[in-house]
Design a protein around this ligand. Sequence first.
Ligand SMILES: Nc1ncnc2c1ncn2[C@@H]1O[C@H](COP(=O)(O)OP(=O)(O)OP(=O)(O)O)[C@@H](O)[C@H]1O
Length: 215
Amino acid sequence: MLLTVDHVRKTYPGGRPVLQDVSLALDHGQTLALTGESGSGKSTLLNLVGALDTFESGEITVDGQALSSLNDPGRAALRRDRVAMVFQQFNLIPSLTVAQNLSFHARLGERLDKGWLSDLTRRLGLADLLDRYPEYLSGGQQQRVAIGRAMAARPKLLLADEPTGNLDETASAAVLDLMLDLVRDTGAALLLVTHSLDIANRLDRRAHLASGRIT
Ligand SMILES: Nc1ncnc2c1ncn2[C@@H]1O[C@H](COP(=O)(O)OP(=O)(O)OP(=O)(O)O)[C@@H](O)[C@H]1O
């Protein structure tokens, strides 16, 4: 298994547990849609898997690494080398051009493969936009850059939090197609949070989060 989430519990300070007892597993190359009501903890779970936040009990393993055993540098290395994230708000770096955004993560991990990057740029339709800054791009273009930035380092696991949530129907369809193609071609696994059943149905499996558990 590439990812296992085993009886994970997460409580934010001063609150009730958001995740009570969450377990799921994802194999290499598999795609899983995570659905659930607003506030059910989907982003929380994604952040835990992406080692952006910690949990109080249970265990998460990513590519054989138990996250509870990692210190801050270990978590940073996991995010740099094996996991990539795409967010609803795109989260591009505004002071960097498209070209610089695209290579940013791969450079950090010293995993920049220029042939792959130019292939990605072409596939994502970004070749004519490389010198632009994010504020001069449409939402769909920004999300294509974010996907390119995520996939440039060839992550084993892509985490996507409502990646089409800010896009119109046409741009959503294009972004989803590109993301699924890239994930399949690179053998990456995908854990994708969505409110859309249509999107969830395009993925291999579906998990629903409610009352702090997968149902
Ligand atoms: N940093 C935080 N500190 C305290 N509470 C938080 C924090 N982040 C999220 N929460 C709370 O945890 C619960 C789950 O939030 P989360 O964002 O994971 O849900 P979600 O399922 O992704 O929701 P949505 O679909 O609306 O994005 C919510 O009640 C939220 O208010």
